[in-house]
Design a protein around this ligand. Structure first.
Ligand code: ACO
Length: 326
């Protein structure tokens, strides 16, 4: 048995913010940045920020992405028996985002839970759903990555606030005797802890304790990201008995164009096969891979039978890759 992706969807907030607009915003606090710095260091040009006044939040983006994926798959919400939402920015600590999405999709009664593996979350959720579909009794899952990172960036820290954006992406996954997900692997190394990449705040007896914004050692993250992504891609390729050079569509985590191109080069994947949405979306954490995948699918960039490599890395450190026969 396999699981197959039968539909993809995504959602973005209405409002986008360009690097120039960002620079003007930071300048009000005397903080200097520029389109040139952001673009050359990261590849980012714009990002989308959710507007709570318009009801835009992690759940609303997750629901919209899931509905679009269900429509693309041509299946109804009540046919779903498993919902997994990868998010690091849930609207509340509980109930889970997945439970709230389930209610909106009319899939009452099915299994629904969240996965917290930060930027690697979608790969973790896909891996878990694939294993659950192959083991049964689940037959059809919606796997979502959804984030509102704009709520947790420190607008006084120019080294992190320019990097992130909001959005959601989703896939409908179905058990099948035809090949779909060929191999998926997830990894973590907790020795690279919150000092490298973290958001340490918690709610404790009515108080927010810890720092409520992202902190990051960008250079360390850069190096760890490249190593983890390259190694995990080679591992899934070996498991599936294929070569990374034969990948037809490469959907890397959209954190930084320099990381993406370096990984593609090391894997021998032609850059033309790499999906790039980081320039438009910024780093949307767990949403980045399914958002980029949906864009590529809707642009007709992948054909039946081709190999698709998905991969992500984030805090933990946690990372992983999945190789899919489309
Ligand atoms: N505008 C202008 N200058 C800035 C900005 C900014 N937004 N941010 C930092 N700088 C300055 C720094 O203060 C520093 O100045 P100094 O030399 O006077 O001290 C200078 O630019 C260089 O800073 P570096 O940190 O050395 O810049 P670097 O080339 O390493 O780029 C970056 C930083 C983009 C964060 C890079 O390290 C990176 O992309 N790392 C990966 C991190 C990442 O992708 N994180 C996403 C979350 S995790 C994930 O999704 C994988």
């Amino acid at each position: 048995m396999y699981s197959r992706i039968i539909g993809t969807g995504s959602a973005l907030p209405e409002k986008s913010l360009s690097n120039d607009e960002f620079a003007r915003l930071l300048a009000k606090d005397g903080i200097e940045t520029s389109d040139e710095w952001i673009r050359t260091r990261t590849g980012i040009v714009t990002r989308y920020f959710a507007d709570p006044e318009k009801g835009e939040c992690t759940t609303s983006l997750a629901v919209e992405a899931a509905k679009n994926a269900l429509e693309a798959a041509g299946v109804a919400g009540d046919s779903i028996d498993l919902i997994i939402v990868a998010t690091t920015t849930p609207d509340m600590i509980f109930p889970s985002t997945a439970a709230r999405v389930q209610a909106a999709l009319g899939a009452q009664g099915c299994a629904a839970f969240d996965v917290q593996a930060v930027c690697a979350g979608f790969i973790y959720a896909l891996n878990a759903a694939d294993a659950m579909l192959r083991a049964g009794p689940y037959r059809r899952a919606v796997v979502i990555g959804a984030e509102t990172m704009s709520r947790v960036i420190d607008m006084k820290d120019r080294s992190t606030c320019v990097l992130f954006g909001d959005g959601a992406g989703a896939v409908v996954l179905e058990s099948s005797s035809d090949p779909g997900v060929l191999a998926a692997r997830m990894y973590a190394d907790g020795r690279f802890d919150e000092k490298i990449l973290g958001l340490t705040a918690r709610v404790d007896r009515g108080q927010i304790v810890g720092h409520p914004y992202i902190n990051m050692d960008g250079r360390q993250v850069f190096k760890l990201a490249v190593d983890g992504l390259v190694n995990s891609a080679r591992e899934v390729a070996d498991l599936a008995c294929v070569r990374t050079e034969d990948v037809a569509l490469f959907v890397p985590h959209q954190a930084n164009l320099r990381i993406m191109t370096m990984v593609a080069k090391k894997l021998g994947i032609d850059e033309a096969k790499m999906v790039q949405t980081v320039h438009e979306h910024g780093n949307t954490s767990a949403a980045s891979v399914p958002l980029a995948l949906d864009r590529a699918v809707r642009e007709g960039r992948v054909k039946a039978g081709e190999l698709v490599l998905l991969q992500a890395v984030g805090a933990g450190m946690a990372w992983g890759s999945a190789l899919v026969r489309w």
